[in-house]
Design a protein around this ligand. Structure first.
Ligand SMILES: [Zn+2]
Length: 552
């Protein structure tokens, strides 16, 4: 006998997100799965005396968002712990915020925060700015992340805790930025950031308790923006432990696909590579999947560390000649890294932010396809700069275009890109419609908190459709690459679910899938596309249970 549903939803405008583009009015949920999808009268007839009934009053419902690329630990820490400063803030506002926070702290406690805009960072590489930060901090070590997450601004107390002096050599792959007189400025580039993060991590008394708060906060933020499944783009061992503890205690409200890190990270100390791969073997449950290895192939264009085919534009204060950035692996080294992951049964998520690193990644994956066929999954983030000849290779090689962060609209990050990269390259950035037309899987991710201070799904969807600033703007970024609303929604649901290896389980409202769904404040198909970013998630359900409800 068929079991009576636990929950039915009727009178809804259901965007199912299935491959046939079906819409529905209603569905039933039994034991956390969708068991029927159809018309309101059909579904209402399934209800028994114990069945909970939601009358959606015509509202739009859709599958839970599957975010293909975010950073739960960093994002959770940013909302739970960090001193929040806006990328629009200059040194004055930042120092005021530091002064206010310093007044609340016990002796020796660190002030960690972010994000400082890339344009502000340029004003900070001098001893005057450092002296101001020192005064504001009242002796507390201070550590700010920039909006690329690759660089840091610290004060003198933090430099002391790091054991770094004017005479210290730069760490490999990083720079303690100094002035002409050779004095430290507190600005740290790339791997120098890791030295600061290690000193900060060592200052935390109870990392486990802190991590629980961090990851619970991350899940809460995700649920608020409709995210029910997330691919964590760089996962360390403490994150796996915390997520699995939260799940065991029934407190995890998010399905997570983890990507263990191949080489040491800037932002988080801990084991990586083969050691982490081995340690991660013992994790894996209903809500926690260890699916990927994360490989960073280069840096970011804003710091001219993404590997580009053409040199970066001339730079005012650069003492060096023309540079085009460089890859952190050679082709053989990258192939070997991919091989290790694939042999362990993992997919690989590759960070390649320049058109040259993108090409190397494509070449390496071509080798892997010849060796291993079509089964291994490869994600290529972030497909903003792709040489036109390379666009069709995503489909040919069966590669997921991990389309994050939310940089496909005019913004200060775009302004900072425009100062590094030629207008011609910017004009063909984020070729998402071309990738889609060629047949590639284009999956969207927020890259939270690197791409945006919050994983604001609705801004991402709107601007994927408009390629304008949220709400509309004269200025557009490569508007030929606009997606339709339907394509954008599928890029946030079914396609990323498939990309994460969970296509059978989540990503659409279909019988047999996990009952992960959203109730929205407005029907996206009935409004001007420039209002999509105003959408509120009234309720988020994971496995048929409500994990978020909007408070009016
Ligand atoms: Zn990322």
């Amino acid at each position: 006998m068929r079991k009576t549903p636990d929950l039915i939803v009727v009178n809804a405008a259901v965007f199912t997100g299935d491959a046939a583009g079906t819409t529905a009015e209603a569905f039933a949920v039994t034991d956390g799965e969708f068991t029927a999808v159809g018309r309101s009268d059909e579904i209402a007839a399934l209800a028994g005396p114990e069945t909970a009934v939601i009358d959606a009053d015509g509202r739009m419902l859709m599958p839970g968002i599957c975010d293909v690329h975010l950073h739960l630990g960093l994002g959770g820490a940013s909302v739970a712990w960090d001193l929040q400063v806006s990328p629009h803030h200059g040194p004055d506002e930042i120092c005021e915020a530091v002064e206010a926070r310093a007044a609340e702290l016990g002796p020796g406690e660190w002030i960690a925060g972010g994000v400082v805009g890339s344009t502000t960072m340029e004003q900070l590489a001098n001893v005057e700015a450092l002296a101001r930060l020192d005064r504001a901090s009242g002796g507390h070590p201070v550590l700010f992340k920039d909006d690329t997450q690759h660089n840091r601004w610290v004060n003198s107390a933090a430099l002391r805790a790091m054991g770094v002096t004017d005479d210290s050599p730069d760490p490999e792959g990083g720079t303690y930025v100094r002035d002409e007189a050779g004095r430290l400025t507190g600005v740290l580039w790339e791997q120098a950031s890791r030295v600061a993060e290690e000193a900060f991590a060592a200052s935390i008394e109870d990392p486990e308790a802190r991590n629980r708060v961090t990851f619970a906060a991350a899940a809460e933020v995700c649920n608020r923006f409709g995210i029910t499944t997330a691919c964590d783009a760089a996962t360390m061992e403490p994150a796996l432990r915390t997520l699995s503890t939260l799940e065991a205690e029934g407190e995890l409200t998010l399905r997570v696909v983890a990507s263990t890190v191949a080489r040491p990270l800037l932002a988080e100390p801990g084991i990586t590579g083969a050691e982490l791969l081995a340690a991660s073997e013992r994790f894996g449950s209903e809500l926690l999947h260890v699916g990927f290895v994360k490989v960073f192939l280069d840096g970011v264009p804003m710091t001219r560390t993404a590997a580009m085919l053409d040199p970066y534009l001339p730079h005012g204060c650069s003492a060096h000649g023309p540079s085009s950035g460089e890859c952190l692996y050679d082709l053989d080294g990258l192939v070997a890294e991919l091989e290790t992951a694939v042999r362990a049964g993992r997919g690989v998520k590759i960070h390649a932010a320049g058109d040259a690193s993108m090409r190397m990644a494509l070449d390496a994956i071509a080798v892997m396809r010849r060796r291993h066929g079509s089964r291994p999954v490869f994600h290529l983030a972030h497909p903003l700069f792709i040489a036109p000849a390379d666009v069709p290779r995503f489909d040919e090689l069966g590669i997921v275009a991990d389309a994050s962060p939310y940089l496909w609209y005019p913004s200060i990050i775009q302004d900072s890109l425009a100062s590094c990269v030629s207008a011609e390259v910017i004009e063909r950035s984020w070729p998402l419609a071309d990738l889609l037309a060629s047949g590639a899987n284009v999956s969207a991710g927020s890259d939270w908190p690197a791409g945006a201070p919050l994983p604001h799904t609705w801004t991402g969807i709107e601007t994927m459709v408009t390629r304008e600033a949220p709400g509309g703007s004269e200025e557009t970024i490569n508007p030929a690459q606009r997606l339709t609303l339907r394509e954008a929604l599928v890029s946030f649901t079914r396609r990323p679910a498939e990309a994460m290896g969970l296509g059978e389980r989540v990503g659409s409202i279909e019988v047999g899938k996990s009952a992960d769904f959203l109730v929205l404040s407005q029907n996206l198909f009935d409004i001007d596309v420039h209002r999509i970013h105003q959408t509120k998630v009234l309720a988020t359900y994971l496995r048929g249970l409500r994990v978020h409800e909007a408070h009016s």
